[in-house]
Design a protein around this ligand. Structure first.
Ligand code: PLP
Length: 352
């Protein structure tokens, strides 16, 4: 393991971060004339909420809530405008364009590759094996001294399976750069999150999100959990007000709905099991992959044709058949019970 300082790009090491008005004044104020806000208020005169002031750049209330739910210290939490912001910041912090490289393990989430391309960072691809598990020896042997990040996703998108914990640990122990473990779907899984292992692995960044299990995709709130050294880097680079006030407030309210949130996740898991059992009975379904996520991946006789048939019936799924190792595969998100029954009934009528 190299220190975070030695992994950082030089420009980031030297960076003097933006200091916001809210950062510079720490005491108790009554009249705020320091940030060029509109002191008259927002246009929603009768509303209880007001949006004329800049939001808390450190998202203290929301982080305190997340810290309690996830059993993580607030100082080990970064909140981003979606996980995508955290991914982009990792590239900008650690990867010198046209010099450094990262490892990704397809088939996986497309954003790692896009973000690498945007930042002009080379990508080494080490395919998952046919069980959709990590090829650890191949990953380790493709590391060179310019490899800064390794992206792993568990449960993986689009395959749905969890990666073997021992394999992830092996990479964490062997790699001297940063391992990014994307746990966007962890709430639908019975696997243990790595978020409780930050002390053991100072080079680990765990990504989670409010977009899936918490039903808040539109708010754009992603989370990164990591050592304080890495979180400090995120905070240095992020735009000062990266989570807007409405998102902070609504996310806080939503996270207070503890029972409803738990119940929903359990319902999604039980609907996933229902879908798996139902699609397995269809003759044109060749394989249904095990899923620890809120979607299933299935291999069918003619994925393009089935995709077209479903869209003609106004059911939109994701055609993954052009993705490596996913030939002939569709990815289907778990819907409500009514939506799932409609899907199954529509599939049952296919080619009949
Ligand atoms: C959906 C998803 C995310 C979530 O991204 P947000 O920007 O937080 O909405 C992250 N990683 C993976 C693998 C996903 O599928």
């Amino acid at each position: 393991m190299k220190t975070i300082e030695t992994l950082l790009r030089d420009n980031i090491k030297k960076l003097v971060p933006y200091s916001s008005a809210r950062d510079e004044f720490k005491g108790e104020g009554k009249v705020f004339l320091d940030a060029n806000e509109n002191s008259f208020g927002d246009p929603f005169i009768d509303s209880n909420t007001s949006y004329n002031r800049y939001p808390d750049p450190h998202q203290k209330k929301l982080k305190t809530k997340i810290a309690a739910i996830k059993n993580i210290n607030t100082q080990n939490i970064f909140l981003g405008n979606g996980s995508d912001e955290a991914i982009d910041i990792l590239f900008r912090a650690f990867c010198n364009p046209a010099i450094d490289n990262v490892i990704i393990v397809p088939p996986t989430y497309g954003m790692y590759e896009v973000s690498a391309n945007i930042n002009d960072v080379a990508i080494k691809k080490v395919l998952l094996n046919t069980e959709f598990q990590l090829d650890v020896p191949a990953i380790l042997s493709s590391i060179d001294d310019r490899t800064k990040l390794i992206f792993l996703c568990s449960p993986n998108n689009p395959t749905g399976n969890s990666l073997n914990r021992k394999d992830i640990e092996q990479i964490l122990n062997a790699f001297s750069g940063i391992v990014v473990l994307d746990e966007a779907y962890i709430d639908f899984s019975f696997q243990k999150s790595f978020s409780q292992d930050l002390f053991a692995y100072p080079n680990l960044v765990v990504l989670q999100t409010l977009s899936k299990a918490y039903g808040l995709a539109a708010l754009r709130v992603g989370m990164a959990f990591a050592s304080r050294d890495i979180i400090n880097v995120f905070n240095k680079i992020k735009p000062p007000y990266n989570i807007n006030a409405a998102s902070q407030q609504i996310a806080l309210d939503a996270l207070n709905e503890t029972e409803l949130n738990k119940k929903r996740v359990m319902e999604i898991i039980s609907q996933r099991n229902f879908l798996v059992a139902e699609v397995k009975r269809l003759a044109f379904v060749k394989k249904v992959f095990n899923s620890d996520a809120n979607f299933i991946l299935l291999r069918v006789d003619d994925a393009n044709e089935l995709y077209k048939y479903l869209s003609q019936n106004f059911i939109v799924v994701r055609n993954r058949s052009s993705v490596v190792l996913c030939v002939g595969c569709l990815r289907i998100t778990v819907g409500t019970p009514e939506e799932n029954i409609l899907l199954i009934n529509t599939l049952a009528k296919y080619k009949k």
